[in-house]
Design a binder for this molecule. Structure first.
Ligand code: CA
Length: 218
């Protein structure tokens, strides 16, 4: 059972996120207060903390700094309306694993949650495959037919994302969110560049371009 703590004082956002996460099989505890959030993660077991910055009691940065100061390695996804460069830097320096600016779509949030926590079923299988392609999750290598290739960490993440969505068209935005997380420029062509890198290793036909929609693993 995957247990997520959501620290968010907007009742509307908390209801939307809680409902969506529960529908996807996660157990969610919600608090609207920073001090209570800190108390909960220090007394109970969670797999992920989704943390708003503007919280009553203690703000999200303080919660983050206190947790990291005590050596906690709990994955933390920052959720905030503030999207300034300073806040991003402060969140990362404070040891957040990911950062999401409001407004966001639930799909985006879910993709990031999945990146941080694997369900037990996923974590026990050590490889993903499709057709001739097999990705070894332990050694982070890909085997195409009989030939083995090394992947960079971005190539690995991108291929993993394709293999976890068999037959599905993934948009550039989904790939950016899933592979680069908070650290990307939406206008960037980095997705296309990495698709080219992957094609060099997997074969030119391995990833299909779906005009105006994105990419799909063949
Ligand atoms: Ca807030």
């Amino acid at each position: 059972m995957t247990h997520i703590l959501l620290a968010e004082d907007s009742a509307r956002i908390a209801a939307f996120v809680t409902k969506g996460l529960r529908a996807n099989g996660y157990t969610v505890t919600h608090t609207a207060d920073g001090i209570e959030a800190l108390d909960l993660v220090q007394t109970q077991d969670f797999d992920l903390l989704i943390l708003d910055i503007g919280l009553p009691g203690m703000d999200g940065f303080e919660v983050l700094n206190t947790l990291r100061g005590t050596g906690s390695e709990l994955p933390i996804l920052i959720l905030t309306a503030r999207d300034s460069v300073q806040d991003r830097v402060a969140g990362l320096d404070g040891g957040a694993d990911d950062y999401m600016a409001k407004p966001f779509s639930f799909d985006e949030l879910l993709a990031r949650v999945r990146r941080r926590i694997r369900t037990p079923a996923e974590s026990t299988s050590s490889s993903l495959s499709s057709g001739e392609i097999r990705l070894d999750l332990m050694t982070r290598r890909v085997i195409v037919g009989e030939v083995e290739h090394e992947l960079t960490s971005r190539e690995f993440s991108m291929l993993e994302m394709f293999l976890r969505h068999p037959g599905q068209v993934l948009s550039r935005e989904q790939l950016l969110n899933g592979v680069w997380g908070f650290d990307y420029d939406p206008g960037s062509n980095v997705v296309d560049v990495y698709v080219r890198y992957l094609r060099k290793k997997l074969g030119d036909d391995a990833i299909q371009t779906m005009r105006g929609m994105g990419y799909r693993l063949a």
